[in-house]
Write a protein that binds this ligand. Structure first.
Ligand SMILES: *Cc1c(COP(=O)(O)O)cnc(C)c1O
Length: 413
């Protein structure tokens, strides 16, 4: 069946026709039949260069032989035990070994689950009620972080979704990114804050980079106020290098959440951090957390194979960085200014300068982005279908793929 027909049927039996909202591209999304390397093949027979990469996890590209082999091997031994297995120890060793801030980890099945548990843990450990997040920061789809963005000022939460009650989000405050004064001002006034959670590099409002010193300031301010610092590295973990943003910028958060890449493309999440905090997690401590699929062997196998590959081929990070730089340098000069990139993450904003925070990002011309996005798709390049999703490259994107992407950018702009 063609994509349009599949979507028409899907709309009758699935809300909006999709399993996650961003996929509901108008008038209908293409349906993927298969994927390999840097390419997706659609049900309409088109081959596309994929710069969405499952919204981040597929840093190895699709169906990478090393990951596939690990999954194949695991399949021979079954795929869910409900008991501990040596596999989880293996991935735990890798994550702990790669992150100086992480002494212990708990595996879960998604990034949302990881941030939800990390926030509960922060409250359980500190005995305090409120959390602070970044305006426009995304931490998954659970109630406590689904907060409507305010006016740019520091705001207490208003629900961003029907069904989220005010009482829950009333305990979530927001501050603008790259604004250490807003954070310290808020903490001066509120001594009931358990944690400040942020993506060290914003990846869910396009790509927004930290200003020089911002993350160090954030670390100092939270420490000074006895507030736990949670780095949500679900995107940036193993994306910005081994050890993610915290190693790149030399910051030690108290807790870290990971997901996406550490499952090699299969569902996973994990949270980890300082021993004395992690020991509060059940069954060693009183903060409850549990999951049927937690530590499932297939995700662990795919994740370990991915991390092994990345650790054994560290030059791939430089290679991907060179490719996003080449892409940027190929753009018309007037567009280079608002092209943001860090390693294999990149985003062209339809505004004059790169945004520093949510409010500035929101000034982008999304109508122009929409026209550009459709042209890119017609040119054979699949970018995430929103001005506010980050684009990615994988180790499978060749020089010639990047030349094709660059040519398409220039033509479509
Ligand atoms: C994707 C993402 C999440 C949610 O992860 P899921 O696996 O989709 O639940 C949380 N935080 C950040 C920063 C993310 O990018």
């Amino acid at each position: 069946m063609k994509s349009e027909d599949l979507f028409n049927e899907a709309k009758g039996i699935m809300p909006g026709g999709v399993s996650s909202p961003v996929r509901a591209i108008s008038p209908y999304p293409f349906y993927t039949r298969s994927a390999a390397g840097s390419r997706l093949v659609t049900e309409d027979g088109d081959e596309l260069i994929d710069c969405c990469l499952g919204y981040g996890p597929m840093i190895m590209g699709h169906a990478h032989p090393a990951v596939r082999e690990a999954i194949d091997d695991q399949l021979d031994s079954g795929w869910l035990y409900g008991t501990p297995s040596e596999r989880e120890l293996r991935l735990a060793r890798q994550v702990v070994g790669d992150h100086p801030s992480i002494d212990m980890v708990r595996f879960v099945s998604s990034g949302s689950e990881a941030t939800m548990a990390a926030i509960r843990l922060a409250r359980g450990y500190t005995g305090k009620k409120d959390i602070i997040k970044i305006e426009g920061g995304f931490h998954g789809a659970h109630d406590g972080v689904l907060i409507k963005a305010g006016s740019g000022a520091t705001t207490m939460g208003v629900p961003d979704s029907a069904g989220v009650i005010e009482d829950v989000v009333a305990h979530t405050a927001q501050v603008p990114y790259n604004d250490p004064e807003a954070l310290s001002g808020l903490l001066d006034k509120n001594d009931d804050v358990a944690a400040f959670i942020l993506e060290p590099v914003l990846g869910n409002i396009g790509t927004i980079l930290p200003e020089d010193g911002y993350l160090k300031d954030v670390r100092a301010i939270t420490e000074e106020h006895d507030v736990l610092l949670i780095f949500d590295e679900v995107i940036t973990g193993y994306r910005l290098g081994i050890g993610g943003a915290q190693v790149k910028y030399g910051i030690r958060p108290d807790l870290t959440t990971l997901g996406k890449i550490i499952g090699g493309g299969l569902p996973i999440g994990c949270f980890g951090g300082r021993r004395e905090i992690m020991e509060m997690v059940a069954p060693s401590g009183p903060v409850y957390q549990a999951g049927t699929f937690s530590g499932n062997p297939l995700s662990l196998a795919a994740g370990s194979a991915t991390l092994d590959y990345l650790s054994g081929h560290r030059s791939v990070y430089d290679a991907m960085d060179r490719k996003t730089r080449a892409l940027c340098e190929s753009l018309p000069p007037e567009d280079r200014e608002s092209f943001v990139r860090i390693g294999s993450m990149f985003k062209l904003y339809f505004r004059d300068t790169p945004p520093n925070n949510y409010v500035e990002a929101k000034e982008s011309d999304t109508v122009r982005f929409g026209v550009f996005w459709k042209k890119m798709l017609s040119s054979g390049v699949f970018l995430p279908p929103s001005q506010y999703e980050t684009n990615f490259l994988s180790v499978a994107h060749s020089e010639s793929d990047v030349e094709t992407i660059a040519g398409a950018y220039t033509a479509c702009l």
